[in-house]
Design a protein around this ligand. Sequence first.
Ligand code: UGB
Length: 598
Amino acid sequence: QKNLSLLSPEQVELAKMLLEKEQSHLFQHWSEPGVNDDEKRAFFDQIAKLNSSYPGGLVAYVNTARELLADSKAGKNPYDGFTPSVPSGEVLTYGDDNFVQFEEAGVKEARKAAFVLVAGGLGERLGYNGIKVALPRETTTGTCFLQHYIETILALQEASCSLAEGNCQPEIPLAIMTSDDTHLRTMELLGKNSFFGMKPTQVKLLKQEKVACLDDNEAHLALDPHNKYRIQTKPHGHGDVHSLLYSSGLLKVWHDAGLRWVLFFQDTNGLLFKAIPAALGVSAIKQYHVNSLAVPRKAKEAIGGITKLTHKDGRTMVINVEYNQLDPLLRASGYPDGDVNSETGYSPFPGNINQLIFEIGPYIEELTKTGGAIKEFVNPKYKDATKTAFKSSTRLECMMQDYPKTLPPSARVGFTVMDAWLAYAPVKNNPEDAAKVPKGNPYHSATSGEMAIYRSHSLILRKAGVKIDDPVIQVFNGQEVEVWSRVVWKPKWALTFSEVKSKVSGNCSISQRSTMAIKGRDIALEDLSLDGALITEAVDGAEVKVGGSVQNKGWTIENVDYKETSIPEEIRIRGFRFNKVEQLEKTYTDPGKYFLKP
Ligand code: UGB
């Protein structure tokens, strides 16, 4: 009461709201007016922010928290009444006619797309000190994830526009969701690198705010242990992306500009864009409102399972069941062994890779009703079995793939399964944890993430007729991985299988110990026999034919230990580095026709 004179009318309203929601403990320790006044004002600034950044404000937050905490205390299963079964989706085989047809349709459609990268996560499991999008996707060229993503979107933009009749909307927008943990460093990375070739106006950063922590089952907001005039906050999860796209008005801008698709993707999947053209083609041809990309999933792998849920009352939905919930759900509903592999060696439930493609029209219609609020969950760590007290404060969380949970049964929700070697190579686990992953399951580490890039490129070239040696098995940071020829190319060289095929001719071969980087649009491989390292770079307009027998000492692979702190973190977390002994390296800086032959 005594402090009320400090507050503006809006702040007084907020104070009333807090008291109505039984949050008076927040003020109990407040000092006399005149003492800590700045802190008190800052407290209300924070409350105003927490209130405005959550759909429905703090009242809604506390109400939902009370409900979810009561359910959690009662041990209520969120999937109560639902029976899981294996859904059917579009299963694609890389390079066959069907796949090629979807890729073509997808590239055409890309000019009507907007991309959304969720990059607000700190990457606690990875434990890397920087932001994850700044990590090299592979260390042959050193291209970081963000650069690769942007270069691919630009290449898609160009490829798509070249297929368009008449006037083409030439800029595919990119929105990046950041958080306080990643915002400044993401801006800095973009700024330092001239947005990696994108127009600065093409990129929009949307910062997600954290949400208030909760101290107990009554949803009392938690005070920051270090500052009694601050609410403790924690991340709310990647599901925030929907409310941000809606409240920022960006979605409307895209819709008004005639765009048709929004594609969501995560921070460290270096293969993802290999799957985008075909997946977008599936969305367009099948007219899916929601299309999730999936890969065959190993039981217990830390990716959600796409599941068909049928309710007792007849409702059905196809939705991701998160990895920590799949096993209990299966055990409770007729699968006594829980999350296990079938005779195929994989879980019968396709693995969600959180690459989602939404059709903008139905999406914006739904968000107009929900404001972008996503079904949330709470995961308190209780002190004991009475479930009356928490070990530490908790908060509500939400996941972007839960969006379809509120959709009507008429919504067309589908999914597309692709090979993991093509579509999925996340960098999420630190070396120590990766080394403990059960044998045969993917490591999801910096080591496996980079090696997967080489495997994917090698397999694609093989499919296009290039003779590529089998890989060798090597161990880095305690992880056994296949080491294929280190082949990488810039997205503008080829986005689709047809493009790769059009750039390879005659008898080409690449030995296992070889490294090949293609950094240019018009570089054609013709009767190339490579045993060593070959780096070719060409500006647009320089047409280069690469052929003949290239042989040199090449780049060797050296083991490094992740504990070796004298080595830069982004290298040692991989467990290897390249020793560039000898290479043929050629850069073409002027337009023209060239033949690169040793
Ligand atoms: N992220 C944010 O932008 N904000 C946040 O508050 C949190 C995260 P994680 P997770 O495909 O491999 C997801 O932590 O959540 C961003 C799916 O839920 O890497 O454990 C963050 O920056 C799971 O079903 O993953 O698991 C990152 O880009 C499975 O599909 C992204 O959100 C799994 O990903 C994911 O965050 C997977």
